[in-house]
Design a protein around this ligand. Structure first.
Ligand code: IPE
Ligand code: MG
Length: 224
């Protein structure tokens, strides 16, 4: 969800106002995805690298997140949306950890959609952590399968993302779902995240619908 800061700057507003507008955009996007029947949505909310930002901005982001989680809990339950966190929650500020734990528990039985928040997330760390867990389990190297590896990732039990949308004109993955993104379709837009509305989502989805996914096969095998 990139571009909150630039969105605020363009309007002469403090960066935290950009994050607040970004949170509103996230809510609208999740609601629209839910009504379209999309079963898994992941929002890249806070990366491990984001800890290098000014302390005040970090505080504003987590305050906003806690407020938002509390405010949206009833809607999540009503819409049958399960909240799940990708990332190392033990390192989050206490109030965030509590709010996240509470909302995850309250929505644990919801099945219509899984909403992943990548929080304190790093794709490389996730891969290293999976290796660590597998080594500790004492598994023999020749017994290791892709499925077993995937089950040690934060996304265990979930399908790989079909589509990854990157906003605000940046053309990179920024340590996002590195293992899972192997065959994801990538969509880049100059639109800043707070401006990424329903219409922008539908543009991305119709672009995705026109893609030919070959997963390594030839065009003869998969059709033109
Ligand atoms: C993304 O927007 C939000 C977070 C990383 C939390 P940015 O804050 O990166 O916005 P820009 O890149 O400065 O516009
Ligand atoms: Mg940015």
């Amino acid at each position: 969800m990139d571009g909150n800061g630039r969105w605020a700057k363009k309007r002469g507003l403090p960066r935290r106002k950009g994050h607040a507008a970004g949170a509103d955009a996230a809510k609208a996007l999740v609601t629209e995805c839910r009504s379209l029947g999309i079963e898994y949505v992941t929002l890249y909310t806070f990366s491990k690298e984001n800890w290098d930002r000014p302390k005040g901005e970090i505080r504003a982001i987590f305050d906003l997140l806690v407020r938002f989680l509390k405010q949206e809990l009833d809607t999540l339950v009503e819409q049958d949306i399960r909240l799940h966190i990708l990332g190392e929650t033990a390192e989050l500020p206490l109030a965030t950890r509590k709010a996240v734990k509470f909302v995850c528990a309250k929505t644990a039985k919801c099945v219509s959609m899984t909403l992943n928040l990548a929080l304190n997330y790093s794709g490389r760390d996730e891969i290293l952590l999976a290796c660590e867990k597998l080594l500790q389990s004492g598994i023999k190297p020749r017994d290791l399968t892709e499925e077993m590896f995937k089950n040690q990732l934060h996304t265990a039990g979930q399908p790989d993302p079909d589509l990854i949308i990157r906003t605000s004109g940046e053309l990179r993955l920024s340590n996002y779902l590195l293992f899972q993104a192997a065959y994801s379709e990538l969509y880049f837009t100059d639109t800043l995240w707070p401006d990424f509305d329903k219409a922008e989502l539908h543009k991305a989805l119709s672009d995705f619908a026109g893609r030919k996914r070959r997963f390594g096969k030839t065009s003869e095998q998969t059709g033109p």
